[in-house]
Design a protein around this ligand. Structure first.
Ligand code: PEP
Ligand code: MG
Length: 564
């Protein structure tokens, strides 16, 4: 029995044989081409076209978020900058394989330097490069096999294209050595409901040493065990059965939200970023939208979206939620989400630079137009529209944003608390705002000074870190003192056990991933508010994330019996 620990990226459990995806491609030799630049250029153009067509076909077969990711990957394949970089190397006599390898390296470095969301796209470039090289070598790309039994898929990393044809019944779980909780593998695994553990160091080597063995995956805890003992195997089998049975039952929702067994009601909203997400959110049983990330609607735009374009899109989205709350966030541009239509200053550290609300210092017109569009859409949509600004740092900024939103006729205006200074000034922020939404993803990274996308710093960004829990408690207390509702919309709210602790800490609403919303609702409806408060008090006593989780779970026994 050998045990490895990674990060839970999609909850659930599995037990069975495993398949290891092919090893990484070696770097092609830099020797000069025997056939000349023209031949290599032709070969490269054909290979790029073949890979682009293949990605297009995969995208056409996929749906939802996976489809969008694949079309975006196809676009990167066709990017002229990648081709031009490779072409210049071909001109120096190198082979097509070597040239595309080096061109991809340049691209990846640029993406990695940008950090965050863009850094995660570097793995897509690696996959495009590998696909092109496989085509050039005349050998097919090693796809995931179609076996006649279920298996756990173990890989160094997986690309969106690798995962398109994954069948939840066949792939019992995914375990990767690389990737983070926000990587594509994680997103797709959650969408398909496949348990996944990422950033699990050493797992590929161990799997290769014993390819005929079996593996147990407890994705709730991020634990992967090769050749589990009979006791552990029995435990995992029981756990998978429990999860299946639980997922078949939908928890009851009242008009105001989900109710604990002692009658405390808490609304559970969905985080969305695309028009298509609206239907998925409703289907998942959301009470409305707790975070509409508007920057995701316009990430690929070269020019700013116009007033009428925005008005139309927001109206369409809001109209799906008649009588329900929709919290829309103004553009959170900058850092890992640079937008072509805003000129950002050159910054050595964009995560600490001009992003979110701070972009008004370089372009206030954008915010004014967006607020006008939101106000117009709010008037006709029939939904209850709340608007908030990201990355608010000072109480004065909160007051300014709230006044500005009111001046456009938007009655309920609030701010995100995701910077430590805003936590320390939470009384003043609560007084200045109609509501607060805590962004635990950024708050975790800024509290611990650790990039939220970095796999090697992932433990700092564990949402169970006691410093983060204390910060949330402080903000919730300010909200309660000044009658300002405080929700959580970061990933912390998507973990059923942690969501229960957040309620115990005093937050008044949750907004989570649509894929885990039902799990969170099930946690709420099977616990009492008293248990949640006890769990929160216990977690606050911990000095590390592991203890915080353990101390809290001692008061949340029911969750284990539900496989949560
Ligand atoms: C957060 O920081 O927790 C948040 C919800 O915002 P985003 O993830 O979009 O930065
Ligand atoms: Mg944020």
């Amino acid at each position: 029995m050998s045990r490895f620990t990674g990060i839970s990226a999609s909850t659930g459990a599995a037990l069975g044989p495993f398949h290891v995806m092919a090893a990484a491609l070696p770097k092609p030799s830099s020797i000069q081409s025997e056939y000349g630049a023209e031949f290599e250029l032709d070969a490269l153009s054909r290979a790029i076209k073949a890979v682009s067509d293949e990605l297009g076909e995969l995208a056409a077969r996929a749906t939802g978020e996976a489809q969008e990711i694949l079309y975006a990957t196809q676009e990167i394949t066709e990017d002229n900058a990648l081709f031009a970089e490779a072409e210049s190397l071909l001109g120096r006599g190198h082979t097509a394989a070597y040239s595309i390898w080096e061109a991809a390296e340049v691209f990846k470095q640029l993406l990695t330097a940008a950090g965050g969301y863009l850094a995660e796209r570097a793995s897509d470039v690696t996959n495009i490069r590998d696909r092109i090289i496989w085509v050039l070598s005349g050998v097919g790309y090693p796809e995931i096999p179609l076996l006649d039994h279920g298996f756990v898929l173990i890989a160094r990393d997986l690309s969106p294209a690798d995962t398109t044809d994954l069948q939840p019944g066949q792939v019992l779980a995914i375990v990767t050595e690389e990737g983070g909780p926000t990587s594509h593998t994680a997103i797709i695994a959650r969408t398909l409901g496949i348990p996944a553990v990422v950033a699990c160091k050493g797992v590929v080597e161990a799997a290769k040493n014993d390819e005929s063995g079996s593996v147990g995956v407890d994705a709730r805890a991020g634990v992967v065990t090769f050749n589990p003992s009979p006791d552990l195997a029995a435990e995992l089998t029981a756990l998978t059965a429990t999860i299946q049975i639980r997922r078949a039952r939908k928890p009851l929702r009242t008009n105001d939200g989900y109710q604990t067994i002692d009658g405390f009601t808490i609304p559970v909203y969905a985080n969305i970023g695309r028009l298509a997400d609206t239907d998925v959110a409703i289907e998942a049983g959301a009470d409305g939208v707790g975070l509409l990330r508007t920057e995701l609607l316009f990430l690929d735009r070269q020019t700013p979206p116009t007033l009428s374009e925005q008005r139309e899109l927001y109206t369409q989205m809001f109209s799906r939620f008649p009588g329900k709350k929709v919290v829309i966030r103004t553009l959170d541009a900058g850092a890992d989400k640079p937008m072509a239509f805003i000129t950002f200053p050159h910054e050595p550290n964009p995560a600490l630079g001009v992003r979110g609300y701070r972009t008004i210092t370089i372009n206030d017109e954008l915010l004014n137009i967006q607020l006008e569009a939101i106000a117009d859409a709010a008037k006709v949509s029939g939904a209850d529209i709340w608007v908030m600004a990201p990355m608010i740092t000072l109480p004065d900024e909160a007051a300014h944003f709230v006044a500005l939103a009111h001046s456009f006729g938007l009655q309920t205006a609030g701010v995100m608390v995701e910077v430590p200074s805003a936590v320390l000034m939470s009384d003043e922020i609560a007084k200045a705002s109609n509501f607060i939404s805590i962004g635990t993803n950024d708050l975790g990274q800024y509290l611990h000074a650790a990039d939220r996308e970095s796999a090697s710093l992932a433990h700092f960004n564990d949402p169970w870190q006691p410093a983060l829990l204390h910060a949330i408690h402080r903000v919730a207390s300010s909200g309660s003192a000044y009658s300002c509702p405080v929700g959580v919309c970061g990933e912390a709210a998507s973990d059923p056990a942690l969501a229960s602790v957040l309620i115990g800490l005093g937050v008044t609403s949750l907004s989570c991933n649509v894929s885990t919303l039902q799990d969170v609702a099930q946690a709420i409806t099977s616990l009492s508010h008293v248990q949640m408060r006890e769990a929160a008090t216990a977690a606050l006593r911990a000095t590390n994330a592991k203890d915080a989780k353990e101390f809290a779970r001692e008061h949340l026994h029911k969750l284990a019996s539900l496989g949560l």
